[in-house]
Design a protein around this ligand. Structure first.
Ligand SMILES: [Zn+2]
Length: 464
């Protein structure tokens, strides 16, 4: 295994395949095969996302993959923003299609013509839907599994409201969903208002949730967009208010992707391999019986059944062609939070030995107290992973560096910025760090690091 600190990029590329998350050998660039282990992690995360959306009154739908050129071209900024990234379907069999169709790069242009049919009166509002589907973007930059793919596992919520204020409230609601998602991933984050030139094509404004990876590059994890009436006007999504007056709806969207999986891999892993958050690990506890004179296997089977009955995701590793030592390393590499070792001594004393992925050392637990011990350990692991990740993020995000020091610093840096593109461009030209926008979660002002005018705290970083 590559050294994660010294060679993060190679370490990342290696671990996602070695751990059985994906296979990158598929012959289409930027499109990989989700292998069982990787798919289970992703599905587990989707289960939480569905739960939080459902309880927030956002309903799941599923729209078709194809979008006609005409639909896509309704909102000009939107078309302009995506045109270079669209995969086009131009033929059906050997027939030229009457109108080219795009594989959805995102679903505004698929959904909003339907919104204009579904929404009639204020009684139809708010309309809140989401879908979890694949989207397709013709990435011309270097692709990297989970972080920059051409086929992207994608979550998108779309809402329509009576007023701008109602739409603003929905963006707050999105953030509370995001907090829950971040909590189960044990991933810390910072929030930005993207600069005008970097907002979503067609949006009034874009807020983004970012994190800093161990490589020092920033990774965008989620985006929350306020569209106001920018899409409802071209797509003619109107409602009649209480006085019968016709008005345009105000819209928002919330997007996340398989980048979340990439973030978890990169942020939590170590030189031994993955470390998975307990809530998302396909296997939370693995039992490794150690062959000996006594029957460790039947005892291990009993322990397995007890844990399984409690609803914890447990695996009994009974592969007899591998040594216990090999199995320990194998499950550590796959990031399983807890390992249980069962040998002759454990059978004799009616106990087990617990080893936590995030800690050194072993602890012996009586089998009668095992379930409590597992639950306590899973909590401990959540806490350790979260606090270690927060510390790591802090160490990659430096404040108040001079421009010269920003050039030398590999991670992200924060400085006061006046909001002007010229100043952001100058920082980028000197430091190769891109302006991610003002921090929304911290209010701090100062003199712009370039021009000295009044500014607010912003982040500058290389990005994925
Ligand atoms: Zn400035």
């Amino acid at each position: 295994m590559e050294n994660r600190k010294e060679n993060f990029s190679q370490w990342y590329n290696e671990i996602i395949e070695t751990a059985g998350m994906i296979d990158k050998r598929y012959p289409v660039k930027g499109m990989n095969i989700w292998m069982p282990y990787g798919l289970k992690i992703s599905q587990q995360l989707d289960t939480f996302i569905r739960k939080y959306c459902d309880s927030s009154g956002i309903n799941e739908v599923s729209f078709p993959l194809l979008i006609t050129r005409g639909q896509l071209a309704v909102e000009f900024e939107h078309l302009k923003g995506f045109e270079g990234q669209v995969f086009w379907v131009t033929k059906g069999g050997t027939d030229q299609l009457e109108e080219d169709m795009s594989l959805r790069p995102t679903s505004e242009s698929a959904m909003y013509p339907m919104f204009s049919l579904w929404i009639r009166t204020h009684g139809d509002l708010p309309l809140k839907i989401y879908q979890i589907v694949n989207v397709y973007r013709y990435e011309t930059k270097h692709t990297r599994a989970f972080l920059r793919d051409r086929e992207i596992h994608f979550f998108e919520a779309h809402t329509a409201h009576e007023s701008f204020e109602d739409a603003e409230k929905e963006i707050e609601e999105y953030l509370s969903i995001w907090k829950e998602v971040a909590r189960v991933m044990c991933v810390p984050y910072i929030i930005h208002r993207r600069p005008e030139w970097d907002k979503f094509p067609g949006a009034r404004y874009s807020n983004a949730v970012d994190t800093v990876m161990p490589s020092g590059r920033t990774l965008q994890l989620a985006t929350l967009h306020q569209y106001a009436e920018n899409f409802s006007k071209p797509y003619e999504i109107t409602y009649s208010d209480e006085n019968g007056e016709k008005k345009f709806v105000h819209q928002t969207t919330y997007g996340m992707s398989s980048r979340l999986i990439g973030a978890m891999v990169g942020i939590h892993g170590d030189d031994k391999g993955l470390i998975l958050p307990p809530d998302l690990a396909p296997v939370q506890v693995v039992i490794v019986p150690i062959p000996s004179g006594t029957d460790t296997f039947s005892y291990a089977k009993k322990i397995y059944e007890m844990i399984l009955a409690s609803g914890i995701r447990v695996r009994l590793d009974d592969r007899d062609s591998y040594t216990p030592g090999y199995k320990y390393n194998d499950w550590e590499m796959r990031g399983v939070p807890i390992r249980i070792e069962i040998g002759e001594r454990e059978v004799g004393s009616s106990s087990v030995t617990l080893v936590l992925r995030t800690e050194k050392g072993r602890k012996k637990v009586e089998s009668s107290k095992l379930l409590d011990a597992i639950n306590e350990s899973l909590n401990l692991i959540r806490e350790h992973m979260t606090s270690k990740a927060i510390e790591q993020l802090g160490s990659m995000l430096k404040d108040s560096l001079s421009l010269d020091d920003m050039v030398k610093w590999n991670g992200a840096s924060q400085a006061a910025w006046c909001g002007k593109k010229d100043c952001a461009d100058e920082i980028e030209a000197k430091t190769e760090k891109i302006c991610l926008g003002y921090r929304l979660d911290i209010e701090k002002s100062g003199e712009c690091i370039v021009c000295g005018n009044h500014g607010k705290l912003a982040t500058f970083s290389r990005t994925y």
